[in-house]
Design a protein around this ligand. Structure first.
Ligand SMILES: [Zn+2]
Ligand SMILES: [Zn+2]
Length: 136
């Protein structure tokens, strides 16, 4: 049976529920994730083919990743929290920021991407496999 994951933005204007199972959990050190998070990396909880319901207005900014992927980063227009990421070319993929979950403790990253742009001060678990760029 599939679980439901609930969460929202910092001010509570956005609330979401996702039914499905995460397929990947990772820390990304690309420059866009650094700028988006305000620190050395953004953490990603990835779903594929999950059902999401969301209440509250979500603003987006769109960018082309260092690897050429078009990304739409959804954030709350009131509090500015990054909440989730979608990909116009891959509508089945949904990435949620673990800190937006009601239970962030379920996040358990298995690898680090874009370590080539990581900073020495952004110290991640050294036991995690690191990829210079995005694997695959
Ligand atoms: Zn908010
Ligand atoms: Zn990134």
């Amino acid at each position: 049976m599939q679980k439901t994951y609930s969460g929202g933005c910092a001010c509570g204007a956005i609330r979401y529920e996702i039914t499905g199972e995460p397929v990947a959990m990772l820390d990304c050190q690309c420059r866009q994730c650094q700028r988006d998070s305000g620190t050395g990396h953004q953490s990603h909880l990835q779903f594929v083919g999950a059902q999401m319901t969301s209440v509250g207005a979500v603003s987006n900014w769109q960018s082309i990743g260092d690897g050429g992927t078009v990304k739409r980063r959804g954030f709350c227009p009131a509090c500015g929290s990054p909440v989730y990421l979608t990909f116009p070319a891959m509508p089945e993929v949904l990435i949620v920021t673990p800190s937006s979950l009601d239970d962030p403790a379920i996040f358990s990253p298995t690898h680090v991407t874009w370590s080539s742009s990581g900073h020495a001060w952004d110290h991640l678990n050294p036991a995690l496999p690191q990829f210079d760029k995005m694997p695959i």
